[in-house]
Design a protein around this ligand. Sequence first.
Ligand SMILES: *[C@@H]1O[C@H](CO)[C@@H](O)[C@H](O)[C@H]1NC(C)=O
Ligand SMILES: *[C@@H]1O[C@H](CO)[C@@H](O)[C@H](O)[C@H]1NC(C)=O
Ligand SMILES: *[C@@H]1O[C@H](CO)[C@@H](O)[C@H](O)[C@H]1NC(C)=O
Length: 286
Amino acid sequence: MMALGRAFAIVFCLIQAVSGESGNAQDGDLEDADADDHSFWCHSQLEVDGSQHLLTCAFNDSDINTANLEFQICGALLRVKCLTLNKLQDIYFIKTSEFLLIGSSNICVKLGQKNLTCKNMAINTIVKAEAPSDLKVVYRKEANDFLVTFNAPHLKKKYLKKVKHDVAYRPARGESNWTHVSLFHTRTTIPQRKLRPKAMYEIKVRSIPHNDYFKGFWSEWSPSSTFETPEPKNQGGWDPVLPSVTILSLFSAFLLVILAHVLWKKRIKPVVWPSLPDHKKTLEQL
Ligand SMILES: *[C@@H]1O[C@H](CO)[C@@H](O)[C@H](O)[C@H]1NC(C)=O
Ligand SMILES: *[C@@H]1O[C@H](CO)[C@@H](O)[C@H](O)[C@H]1NC(C)=O
Ligand SMILES: *[C@@H]1O[C@H](CO)[C@@H](O)[C@H](O)[C@H]1NC(C)=O
């Protein structure tokens, strides 16, 4: 019985020793790093500075300890095999004109010489559009609409010219949902009848690559603009359409009467009421 108890005790101690050991290994840092989820995202921005492109990457998990971690991109580069990204707080980036923009690159998270995780990405398919700017809204009284114009940085670029825009607006107060309008030009109109009268509206716009070759993500939203809708025109139920219709129909009726009168004398009367031959006159002639 004693021997059995001792055997159990020894086994128990062994198990403890083994499980304890894995916790205080000398290369614990490396193992911790392995255990972390190093999933990351990257996006590119083309021609941000002359012919230079920008690649930005970051970890999905913002709590990750990035102290010794590096990002490296290899392949599909012009004059070099690999480039290491710069680090600014938790964001990794590189501005370069070395991207070939053809074929895909390997983007790896490195701890020392070791690749922790790699992703195969093509720079031309992870393009984040640049946010539009100068969003302006002008009320056009005659047209009963609002003319919306903005500036898209892509218009001046060589590679990614075709982008789709998403204009969103809503009343500034309250919790209304945004109304979205998709467009490919940098101007559009919002009919006044689609908006509440005498209300302040908030409006913003963003863009996404719309191209067979360059694909990717929505830009940030442009800074919001505001505009105010005018007071309702037909106050007190006075409708400017109704009186004009009345005047118009009265005028047409008047015209019809005159026309009928003229025609009656010249055309219709002779037909429906032909002048009978004067018997007396005819007889006299004989
Ligand atoms: C990481 O974040 C990106 C962008 O926010 C997302 O598309 C991707 O699915 C995320 N990946 C994981 C594994 O959570
Ligand atoms: C890490 O990944 C890069 C890019 O794929 C590769 O060139 C390099 O050989 C890898 N390094 C190691 C140590 O596996
Ligand atoms: C806004 O949209 C959500 C989801 O589509 C919907 O549940 C909600 O009722 C909408 N709110 C308004 C004020 O229309």
